[in-house]
Design a protein around this ligand. Structure first.
Ligand SMILES: [Zn+2]
Length: 316
């Protein structure tokens, strides 16, 4: 009888469960690309969002000028920056995660060696690709995510961003079809910068999309609250503000009205309907839920920090 009650409990809790998402990104701060969507999934749909960060972010020292007095460290000095930024940027990511409602961060601690647009560099000995793929595969198999969010691998973006997306595509493509999460790529747009047309990154057929335009969008500017003066751009700005060591990231505040998601052709096209449904739910007015006060009780910030080491170790 006890066993039956437990099964019924699991059944009913799974009925209420929201989407389960894994974000796979290269650097601490890349997740700001979909911060509003993540916030809405965790706060309004009762969803779960975890984040994999492939690098330790040590290469982001050049624009740390304004963070030097804040952290009392000469971070723009390469030696000081590379020694201290991994620790600082993890904490900045965790602070942003508290705002977005992220459950776990998985820090893979690969070297953030330098800025390059060449996605192939990190595959030539800079990153331990086998280790990354093994950890990611384990995570996907254990956690059975519904979807994976990545950055749109445009030719102009950082080679690390493209490589992170390529690794996620490669790992998912090798899973049995029934175990594959749907994989999407994100970019932001506004009226001056319409959604990018992207069909495929040359030389990487796994990056092919079903169509060159986004399949779904989250409107950061949808307004709510007293006199309708609030919107989700505020949340994105909060998250950006946590990344104080990244000077130029701060310039992205108030940029982009929409977070757009593109659908890779390796996905089963049956999943388009699921994506549509999720984004229709996200577009609803959640004014009442935004101010729901039980949220922080469910997601304690120390939970995030505690899980980082233990969870990451299990993946080795
Ligand atoms: Zn980045």
């Amino acid at each position: 009888m006890k066993k039956l009650s437990f099964c019924l409990l699991l059944f009913f809790s799974s009925l209420n469960a929201g989407p389960k998402i894994l974000c796979v990104v290269a650097h601490p701060d890349d997740e700001t690309m979909f911060a509003a969507t993540v916030y809405s999934i965790t706060h309004h749909l009762n969803g779960i969002v975890d984040v994999v960060m492939i690098t330790n972010g040590e290469g982001g020292y050049k624009y740390s000028t304004l963070a030097e007095p804040y952290y009392n460290l000469k971070l723009t000095n390469e030696e000081v920056g590379r020694a201290n930024l991994p620790r600082i940027r993890k904490q900045e990511a965790l602070n942003g995660g508290k705002i977005m409602g992220v459950r776990h961060y998985y820090f893979f601690n690969e070297k953030d060696h330098r800025y390059t647009q060449d996605e192939n560099e990190v595959f030539q000995g800079v990153w331990d690709i086998q280790s990354i793929e093994r950890k990611l595969e384990n995570l996907l198999k254990c956690q059975q995510y519904d979807a994976v969010f990545t950055m749109l691998p445009t030719p102009q973006t950082h080679g690390h961003h493209k490589a992170a997306t390529l690794i996620a595509l490669n790992v998912i493509n090798q899973l049995p079809p029934s175990e594959r999460p749907v994989i999407l790529a994100a970019s932001v747009s506004d009226s001056d910068n319409p959604p990018l047309q992207f069909l495929e990154l040359e030389g990487h057929p796994l990056t092919k999309m079903v169509r060159p335009t986004p399949i779904a969008s989250f409107d950061k500017m949808q307004s709510f609250g007293f006199k309708d003066r609030l919107n989700y751009q505020i949340i994105v700005n909060w998250v950006i503000a946590e990344h104080k060591s990244q000077g130029t990231m701060q310039l992205f505040m108030n940029k982009g009205d929409k977070e757009n998601f593109y659908f890779f052709a390796i996905n089963n096209t049956d999943r388009i309907e699921w994506v549509d449904k999720i984004f229709q739910q996200l577009a609803k007015d959640y004014t009442d839920h935004v101010s729901k006060l039980d949220f922080q009780a469910r997601r304690r910030p120390e939970f995030l920090s505690d899980m980082v080491g233990a969870e990451a170790a299990q993946l080795e």
